[in-house]
Write a protein that binds this ligand. Structure first.
Ligand SMILES: NC(=O)c1ccc[n+]([C@@H]2O[C@H](COP(=O)([O-])OP(=O)(O)OC[C@H]3O[C@@H](n4cnc5c(N)ncnc54)[C@H](OP(=O)(O)O)[C@@H]3O)[C@@H](O)[C@H]2O)c1
Length: 334
């Protein structure tokens, strides 16, 4: 093993963002019980915000970017893990206050590490990544709260994104009728291919401003927030569940209590970052079995190297990506 490894490292020099590929020493990887030789990572919206400096994601500098990682344990002082174990690490402090997965090696606390479930390969695990885990957690929380396919359609907003695409795949394979909301009409065929029964445009979802409009949806997976989420609260059927995941369209929520107290609607918060370890392992196990998406190959948009990350971040923030981008952390472009 060399005493350095390659990583996409993010700096802040007196308020100036700077990020590039660097050689990082193993000491620089930070504290942790488990050293992992990574294989794959992925690109999430949060990674794009952190990697470009356009969002305040990092709480300390410099750090290796990347909120997702999958690879092989090469050293562990924790008895739960042995050399050669295939493992997943997502979120927690990665690329926030601890070095992340855009690196050939990762060292993390053992409590952050999840064993790769049987039935999922390292590449598939990173097609899922935080996006798939979050979509799975939404399904888990909604079903724990009584959601069933025979209650009616599930609406998924931000449909062509990573979380949106994987939510469509997961819910449709569980027997739900999924309605996808997208700002990209040209992606209708893609959305139907991965499981959407119907696709509607973003501008078609403005039902009126009364606190309660006609109930259309038995459940909702919202990646957008803002006015989109407010509209969803007004148009839920009685006892419907809304999983609030994202803020791609804004973080405000202008609604009333009426959907909650008259229709029994539940607004479920989805937090993938600090999700407790037992629920985390349960959801990953479900993603390898009952929730396993059927269209991962279609959902992968591309596989990139660490060097190609800046270009992908810009594409993602300008809404030009679809599905998931996987990062091969051991391969160079040159
Ligand atoms: N709560 C959590 O734990 C958690 C975990 C992961 C992600 N997230 C959040 O979930 C959201 C989606 O993440 P992602 O990784 O799937 O990102 P992504 O791949 O970039 O997808 C976001 C999608 O939202 C839609 N969108 C973008 N800008 C919009 C706007 N101004 N108005 C309405 N729709 C817009 C687009 O889909 P269409 O063009 O198809 O409409 C876009 O593809 C982000 O806000 C992210 O921060 C939260």
């Amino acid at each position: 093993m060399n005493d350095t490894c390659k990583a996409f490292r993010i700096h802040n020099d007196d308020g100036q963002h700077r990020a590039s590929i660097e050689d990082v020493t193993f000491d620089d990887l930070g504290e942790g019980d488990v050293l992992i030789k990574t294989r794959f990572s992925s690109v999430n919206y949060k990674d794009a915000l952190a990697g470009t400096g356009k969002g305040k994601i990092l709480r300390s500098f410099p750090l290796n970017g990347g909120i997702d990682s999958c690879g092989d344990v090469v050293d562990s002082s924790d008895p739960r893990f042995s050399n050669g174990d295939q493992v997943i690490v997502t979120s927690y402090g990665l690329s926030v206050y601890h070095n992340g997965g855009y690196s050939e090696y990762l060292r993390v606390p053992a409590d952050w590490v999840v064993k790769l479930p049987d039935g999922l390969g390292p590449f598939e695990a990173m097609v899922l990544g935080t996006a798939g885990f979050t979509a799975g957690l939404a399904c888990y929380r909604m079903e724990q709260n009584g959601q069933r396919p025979d209650q009616g359609p599930i609406i998924v907003t931000g449909a062509t994104g990573g979380v949106g695409s994987l939510a469509i795949d997961i819910f449709s394979q569980r027997g739900y009728e999924v309605v996808a909301v997208s700002g990209k009409p040209e992606m209708s065929d893609y959305l139907k291919q991965i499981g959407a029964a119907r696709v509607i445009g973003r501008d078609e979802i403005s039902p009126g401003q009364r606190p309660l409009e006609k109930g259309l949806w038995a459940g909702a997976v919202d990646n957008v927030g803002g006015e989109m989420l407010a509209n969803l609260t007004r148009t839920m059927q009685p006892w419907g569940n809304i999983a609030s995941i994202g803020l791609a369209g804004g973080f405000d929520l202008n609604t009333t209590v009426m959907p909650f107290i008259i229709r029994g609607v539940s607004l479920l918060g989805i937090d993938s970052q600090e999700c407790p370890a037992d629920i985390r392992q349960t959801v990953w196990n479900l993603l390898a079995t009952d929730y396993r998406p059927r269209h991962l190959e279609t959902i992968v948009d591309k596989v990139v190297t660490l060097e190609e990350l800046p270009e992908v971040f810009e594409q993602m923030l300008s809404g030009k990506t679809k599905g998931r981008v996987v990062v091969n952390t051991q391969e160079t472009t040159a």
